[in-house]
Write a protein that binds this ligand. Structure first.
Ligand SMILES: Cc1cc2nc3c(=O)[nH]c(=O)nc-3n(C[C@H](O)[C@H](O)[C@H](O)COP(=O)(O)OP(=O)(O)OC[C@H]3O[C@@H](n4cnc5c(N)ncnc54)[C@H](O)[C@@H]3O)c2cc1C
Length: 426
């Protein structure tokens, strides 16, 4: 913690926070990876903006009543105050430097912003390997590289963990007799990588990636120069591209059951899709929703047999086969409509529901660095048996790479192969 940050407790809150003209407050906890990810950013920004705005820290667990009174229920939570009133965003979870800066600068005058920004000094870091993406693939590569004494920086636009962190339960990752909470499994992987010496840049903005020169710029200030680049950025849910989808994304339409199923306790939902993730996610949603209607384009599901058997046992699930969605509508909060078309008759009808979940496959996260890379027909990265792409020294691992099966085990296998191959080549 720098000299610009002051730690206070609840007794000092009135004087230091409410009576001050402007202030930024970080509610933190111990043993909290997102708090660790924030700490270096908060320190650095306090050096830049600290002469204008006091930077305060409050230990959340030690000041429980105050935290609850302010509806601060998770760590870290950063709040911004002007003249004793809360202003700006309430930042939580994987907090980005750019979001902190936006809210801090909203408290300052134009002259103060200009003076503060003069203190921002871009810097360069040299490393052997930079890994883009901290899911199971990237974390495994990091563990192997660090254990081989290869200097490794792992960059993630979110908190490390990848998809596993949001998966309810994982029952097929070897080494655990009981199903593991996805969050805990990803936590063990990140902690293992950290303990072995991987240097993290978590919840950062990736401004540019130059694969030829192996240069990555993060948060607008740090230029990372590496000898090798590993792309492990995974994939994201494929949108349907239908009217209403963009407007109601995250506001009636969800792509993540683990994140949103809890909001549909005793409600009705429509699930679009019929593959593994659609059926597995439906099994989870069924714990909450009183009725689920699955809309699927084919006359049978493509999910694995175990998932389909479990689905058949559920009393609250109906299937509308050989139908496709055509439009999403919203009438009010928790009052949605899906226009579906019968693919045999061409007839259209509207399903009225409380919420919609879309699980129709994935797209690789490659927008930043497609240039010059060879892709397969579905847009995934091609790589050889060492996981090296067509650009020398650039590797592709995990879900972002072309492959038949996208699983945690296949992602960690890719990470292992790339890391061993890189270690030998350096
Ligand atoms: C709902 C669901 C349930 C699943 N259940 C299981 C299961 O039970 N068992 C199993 O084996 N598999 C399961 N899977 C599949 C498994 O989660 C994936 O195969 C695995 O996570 C892939 O790992 P990855 O590291 O390649 O990518 P991801 O886990 O997707 O991680 C990619 C990381 O890259 C980061 N990133 C993205 N873009 C950038 C960028 N431009 N720069 C830097 N970082 C970036 C992301 O923030 C993320 O942390 C499930 C998947 C889903 C969606």
């Amino acid at each position: 913690m720098t000299g610009h940050i002051k730690e206070i407790n609840a007794d000092e809150y009135q004087k230091v926070v409410l009576d001050a003209p402007r202030v930024v407050v970080d509610f933190y906890s111990t043993e909290c990876p997102p708090c660790e990810a924030l700490a270096s950013k908060y320190d650095a920004l306090s050096e830049i903006y600290g002469e204008f705005v006091p930077f305060i820290k409050i230990y959340r667990q030690g000041n429980r009543d105050l935290s609850l009174a302010l509806d601060v229920t998770g760590s870290p939570t950063v709040l911004f105050y002007k003249d004793g009133k809360l202003v700006g965003d309430k930042l939580t979870g994987g907090i980005k430097r750019s979001d902190l800066m936006k809210n801090i600068e909203a408290l300052l005058t134009t002259d103060e912003i200009a003076a503060a920004r003069k203190k921002i000094v871009p810097f360069e870091t040299e490393t052997d390997v930079v890994i883009l993406g901290g899911g199971p693939a990237g974390l495994t590569a990091g563990i192997y590289l660090s254990q081989a004494h290869v200097k490794t920086i792992l960059v993630d636009t979110a908190l490390p963990g990848g998809y596993v962190a949001t998966t309810h339960q994982v029952s097929n990752y070897p080494g655990f007799i009981e199903p593991q909470q996805g969050f805990m499994l990803s936590h063990y992987m990140s902690e293992q990588a950290k303990a072995n010496g991987v240097s993290f840049r978590a919840a950062v903005d990736v401004n540019s990636v130059d694969l030829e020169t192996k240069t990555v710029i993060v948060d607008g200030v740090e230029t990372i120069r590496a000898k090798r680049v590993v792309i492990a950025t995974g994939s994201r849910p494929r949108p349907l591209g239908l009217p209403g989808e963009d407007a109601y994304r995250g506001n009636g339409i969800s792509y993540c059951a683990t994140c949103d199923a809890k909001y549909f306790q005793d409600k009705e939902v429509v699930v679009i899709g019929g593959g593994n993730s659609a059926i597995e996610e439906t099994l989870f949603i069924a714990k909450f929703a009183k009725k689920i209607t699955i809309v699927h384009q084919f006359d049978h599901f493509q999910a694995n047999k175990v998932a389909q058997d479990a689905l058949r046992k559920l009393p609250n699930v109906e299937s509308l086969m050989e139908h496709e969605p055509r439009e999403f509508k919203k009438y009010a909060a928790m009052d949605m409509g899906v226009v579906v078309e019968d693919l045999k008759s061409g007839e259209k009808k509207e399903l009225r529901t409380n919420g919609i979940f879309v699980f129709v496959g994935f797209l690789p996260n490659l927008e930043m660095f497609k240039e010059g890379l060879e892709l397969d027909q579905w847009g995934y990265l091609k790589a050889d048996h060492d996981m090296e792409t067509n650009i020398k020294g650039v590797y592709a691992i995990g879900d972002v790479k072309t492959k038949a099966y996208r699983q945690i085990t296949t992602a960690v296998a890719d990470g292992t192969i790339a890391a061993i191959s890189i270690s030998k080549s350096l």
